[in-house]
Design a protein around this ligand. Sequence first.
Ligand SMILES: [Zn+2]
Ligand SMILES: [Zn+2]
Length: 220
Amino acid sequence: MHVHTTRGSTDSGLSPAELVAVAVELKLDGVCITEHGENWSEAELRELAGGTGLALFSGREIETDVGHVLAIGLLRYEAGLHRFAALAEYAAKNGVALVLAHPFRHHTDPPAGQTCLLTAGLPEPPAGAEALAKAIPELAQVHAIEAANGATSQADNELAAAIAGVVGSPTTGGSDAHSAHGIGSGLTRVNGEPRSSAELAEAIRAGITNAVTERPGGSS
Ligand SMILES: [Zn+2]
Ligand SMILES: [Zn+2]
């Protein structure tokens, strides 16, 4: 549900063809590409999947004032969507699904020079999932919370999962891979069979997704 390729993310070293090859090898059913700077059209996704049978979807990872948000089913970026309030309004009107990406990355034990985009702005971030959920209303304003991000510490992922439980939010998982390494290290189960990015957005909005942490083809 969350991966970057060289086509639309300047910080990625993963070519689209390599992504498809590894995803097929891992026997994933589908992949949702969430570039920082480009959108994939449905025709381009079909062409990329070729005859592999892999279902490909697209969204966009937007850097907003409350951190990174995956906008699944967003057709094109529009000015102003970096403000969460504007993005939420746009999503409601256009059937876009919003997923709060790695909400607590760098919250627990932040590495030197790093802060958590979501909690750093709070004068004094409260401890515990319930208090945090109260202090950050946006947590309840997205359609899902990413609770298994392959590029985020286990403690920060566990906090995201706990918060999702508190606010009653569905969850997603995604590798956030920027190279072949790590693809599949965060997965989403979709209780349905979406066939397009719009249908995937609909499934997320309907709350029928959940994060899966075990690696494909094996445990943990
Ligand atoms: Zn991000
Ligand atoms: Zn990302």
